[in-house]
Ligand binder design. Structure first.
Ligand code: ATP
Ligand code: MG
Length: 225
């Protein structure tokens, strides 16, 4: 099966007092390499949960995630970290920038984790920050940046190590229309340039329509996709 990402009966449950809460219920998705996909659905439908499981950030209660031909379900934390470092980019819904590092220092983190340091990495980080419109904010700390600017730093950071697959949780959720368009264009451009598979959680139907696969969740169940 030619899929970079595939889930089989992926299920996540949480214990809530005496009862069990199923937030993802036997979800099957399959995404070809180099393609673009959107995960849509109401708040609380399990979008972030699905993304986290697919990116190896979290463990499923049952079911399988295959990423780039590898079953990641039973990897231990060290193996997951290696996979994330080498093949995955992630843009979090709440950015998760390091508060004590500047914008450019935040952007170089994934490259540094791969052992890439020095002027070439810094130059690429600077180039990415310029590309997201933050050329004059490189030395700012996260708290000196607006929400949308922090989002854009997180986007630049997700691309620095040229991941095979990029997961983005509402990457334009905090941006004005103009910045949203810029970021969308950049995501799709890089998808083409680097052949990076893009999986985007979004509430924006117009953005979803621009992707090749729409995965629709409701109450933890796959409705379509
Ligand atoms: N650690 C947890 N313990 C218990 N329930 C959780 C936990 N994390 C998430 N949930 C529940 O799982 C459900 C799905 O959450 P998730 O964050 O995946 O939703 P979402 O579709 O991303 O929503 P949004 O659009 O608001 O970001 C929610 O009802 C949430 O309350
Ligand atoms: Mg979410």
């Amino acid at each position: 099966m030619n899929a970079i990402l595939e889930t089989t009966n992926l299920t996540k449950t949480y214990q809530s007092g005496a009862s069990e809460l199923t937030v993802l219920d036997a979800v099957n998705i399959s995404i070809p390499p180099g393609s673009t996909a959107a995960i849509i659905g109401p708040s609380g439908s399990g979008k972030t949960t699905l993304l986290g499981l697919c990116a190896g950030l979290d463990r499923a209660s049952s079911g399988i995630v295959r990423l780039d031909g590898m079953d990641i379900t039973d990897l231990d934390e060290g193996q997951r970290a290696k996979l994330r470092r080498e093949s995955i980019g992630f843009i979090f819904q709440d950015f998760q920038l390091m508060p004590n590092l500047t914008a450019i220092e935040n952007v170089v983190i994934p490259a540094e984790l791969q052992g890439k340091k020095g002027s070439e990495t810094s130059a690429r980080a600077a180039q990415l920050l310029k590309r997201v419109g933050l050329g004059s904010r490189m030395k700012h700390y996260p708290k000196q940046l607006s929400g949308g600017e922090q989002q854009r730093v997180a986007i630049a950071r997700a691309f620095i190590h040229e991941p095979k697959i990029l997961f983005a949780d509402e990457p334009t959720g905090n941006l004005d229309e103009e910045s949203s368009k810029l970021i969308e264009e950049m995501l799709f451009e890089i998808n083409k340039e680097l052949d990076t598979t893009l999986v985007i959680v979004t509430h924006d139907n117009e953005l979803a329509k621009k992707t090749q696969h729409i995965i629709q969740l409701k109450g933890g169940k796959l409705i379509s996709g």
